[in-house]
Design a protein around this ligand. Structure first.
Ligand SMILES: [Zn+2]
Length: 388
């Protein structure tokens, strides 16, 4: 749940300082991560936490900041390392000034939120004071919040809210979901969801590179570019929220590719088949959906359809025939077409993959090989995301 925050001029300075501290601590941890390359031991969270206490005792400027903020940066880093080791995320990298500005508040300190009136609330940020934010929705139960600023100078406060689970239809329906380069989400029953096309950023990016370094014009061009990126990110998030709600409400069991395995097999999927001409432009956005968006989608649908989501090994889903189970690379005729070389079954390639994902669950759950998946339904036209 993200809201726009409106800090006063003085508060902006204090917030930026906190962001700087969080970034400083994070980047130290990143540096320690490279110790291994020099055959030194990499300290874990507990040790880093002790080091932080020592550093706060030694440096007044660090001690002047909030301990919660700095501690939390270490804890977030610890989580990032765990995600990286687990194979779902990339190696945590450097945080850059002006690009990764933010910090997180947890625990009792995060609970100091007050409602001012119908539209406005305020939050007491450690070492900053009461910061107002525009509350566009009712605030649900939350455990922590994160304050961020984007490159356009906007501040946001995001409360970590686990959405209340949405009940399924209780009709025993099973759906498999395939993510693709041309079609964002293909469902095993033929439904398809297309993420909105991105706003082109190339022109704005070129404008930045044409301006002289350090000039005011360059600053302005950068803000313009950042605004476009922010809008694209907003649209992507909106798509994820709407589709995940809709799917959680429509199906009882939802099968997704296991991202940890998918990351390893990704190069074998989608990239080999030659994409058509228009595919190229779409690929840009879909790549971002494939990466960040997909894990967000998996997380959100995991919350919304709690206990009804199954992670499926996605190996060979694009090469296996969903009717006769024959696996052959040659059956994938093109980006869009699947034509089984064994039984002659023809289908949209993404739909075929989605059916395999739905079927894989049946294989593991019931030990059966044949799968009752309807194959007579033709793929529907690409639909915009349903309204939540
Ligand atoms: Zn076949």
């Amino acid at each position: 749940m993200r809201f726009r925050a409106y800090p006063t001029g003085a508060q902006v300075g204090a917030l930026e300082t906190q962001c700087g501290h969080a970034r400083f601590v994070w980047n130290l941890a990143v540096e320690q991560l490279s110790y291994r390359a020099h055959s030194q031991r990499v300290p874990g969270y507990v040790e880093q936490s002790k080091q932080l206490t020592e550093a706060r005792a030694a440096f007044g400027w660090l001690a002047a900041g909030s301990q919660t903020v700095q501690q939390q940066a270490l804890r977030d880093f610890d989580q990032a390392v765990a995600n990286w080791r687990g194979g779902t995320h990339r190696r945590p990298g450097w945080r850059k000034r002006g690009r990764h500005e933010g910090f997180r508040i947890v625990g009792p300190q995060a609970q100091r939120v007050e409602k001012l009136n119908r539209r406005w609330s305020r939050v007491n940020v450690p070492k900053v004071g009461w910061v107002r934010f525009r509350r566009t929705r009712k605030l649900a139960n939350f455990k922590s919040y994160r304050i961020t600023s984007d490159a356009t100078g906007r501040w946001h406060i995001a409360f970590a809210v686990v959405p209340t689970p949405i009940p399924g239809p209780c009709d025993g329906s099973v759906v498999g979901i395939d993510r693709g380069v041309t079609i964002t989400l293909a469902l095993s029953d033929g439904a398809m969801y297309q993420a909105p096309s991105p706003i082109a950023v190339r022109r704005a990016a070129r404008a930045v590179s044409r301006c002289q370094r350090g000039s005011r014009r360059r600053m302005k061009a950068k803000v313009r570019l950042a605004r476009l990126h922010a809008r694209n990110a907003d649209r992507r998030k909106d798509f994820v929220e709407k589709t995940s709600t809709h799917i959680a409400r429509t199906y009882d069991v939802i099968c997704l590719e296991d991202l940890r395995v998918a990351n390893m097999t990704r190069s074998a999927r989608g990239t080999r088949a030659e994409p058509g001409r228009n595919v190229r432009q779409k690929a840009g956005l879909n790549r971002s959906i494939l990466n960040g968006g997909w894990s967000l989608f998996a997380t959100r649908i995991g919350h919304k359809a709690a206990g009804r989501v199954e992670q499926v090994n996605p190996a060979f889903t694009s090469q296996r025939c969903s009717v006769c189970s024959h696996v052959a690379r040659e059956s994938r005729k093109s980006q869009a077409l699947f034509l089984c070389i064994a039984c002659g079954h023809t289908s949209n390639a993404d739909l075929n993959a989605a059916r395999n994902i739905a079927a894989r669950r049946a294989v593991t759950a019931r030990g059966a090989t044949g799968v009752p998946v309807t194959v007579n339904r033709e793929p529907q036209h690409v639909t915009p995301p349903p309204v939540a």
